[in-house]
Design a protein around this ligand. Structure first.
Ligand SMILES: Nc1ncnc2c1ncn2[C@@H]1O[C@H](COP(=O)(O)OP(=O)(O)OP(=O)(O)O)[C@@H](O)[C@H]1O
Length: 242
């Protein structure tokens, strides 16, 4: 089991935003984290990557929390944030070298893989440019290349489809599929339900900071008593509940 959330309550200051969350992201599976604006998707991700500490409950990767095994926990995760985080004074090449250092990657064997991805995302001729000045989609691509060069066991991608052009979405989904085939776990938060339905093996539906339902599409159809419904119809049904 790669990632497990066990009764996690957390938020900012003393105010709980996510309440008693439990779900798992197994090896070799893509899990879609689905919810309305403000449902708590980004807050959940911030707890998983260790930017926030749970008030209650535990988050474990391979059975260990961040506090129990900080280095192993951090190295297991590659994260693509919703808003790209880039250093204004570093070139694209320097950003990629920094990631290699952070993940203890061997530069000689990693660069060929990185160059392939840079070609794919049409960034290969921009190694000496400063990504802080790139367009939003190009910045996102830098974060994707940095995340997918690693040998992480768990990929966390926050709203991957909103700033990317259709070609880049396609390329990203290809990368995700390769990591999944190699046995990695993937957690993807998104509003693009048709794509989520097509690619995710399981879903976690968040509503007001709580898990409303988890499972594959068939299981959600049963839980919402909506035979043959697509994810969009199930999502709409959830929004009408509260
Ligand atoms: N830094 C913060 N300080 C205090 N409250 C915050 C902070 N960030 C988010 N929140 C609150 O936490 C709740 C959940 O927000 P979160 O960003 O996790 O939602 P989300 O599901 O990712 O939404 P979206 O789809 O809009 O990105 C919201 O009520 C929001 O106001």
């Amino acid at each position: 089991m790669t990632l497990a959330l066990e009764n996690v309550t957390g938020g900012y200051g003393n105010l709980p935003v996510i309440k008693n969350l439990s779900f798992e992201v197994p090896d070799g599976q893509i899990v879609g984290l689905i919810g309305l604006n403000g449902a708590g998707k980004s807050t959940t991700i911030k707890h998983i990557i260790g930017l926030l500490t749970p008030m209650q409950g535990a988050i474990k990767i391979d059975g260990q929390t961040l506090a129990e095994a900080p280095e192993a926990y951090r190295q297991a995760i590659a994260y693509v944030p919703e808003t790209p985080v880039l250093y204004p004074e570093l070139t694209l090449k320097e950003h990629l070298e920094l990631t290699m250092m952070a993940y203890d990657l061997d530069a000689k064997t990693t660069w060929p893989r990185v160059n392939e991805m840079l070609e794919q995302f049409r960034l290969a001729n921009k190694l000496d440019w400063f990504p802080a000045n790139f367009s939003k989609g190009m910045k996102q691509k830098v974060m994707i290349v940095a995340a997918f060069m690693t040998n992480a066991r768990l990929y966390i991608i926050d709203e991957p489809f909103t700033g990317l052009d259709p070609l880049a979405v396609h390329d990203l989904l290809d990368l995700v599929a390769l990591k999944k085939q190699a046995g990695a776990a993937v957690l993807m938060s998104t509003h693009i339900l048709a794509t989520a339905q097509q690619y995710a093996d399981q879903f976690v539906l968040l509503n007001n900071g709580q898990v409303r339902a988890t499972g594959d599409l068939t299981s959600l159809q049963t839980q919402f008593n909506l035979a043959d419904a697509d994810l969009d119809a199930i999502y709409m049904a959830m929004t009408r509940e509260a």
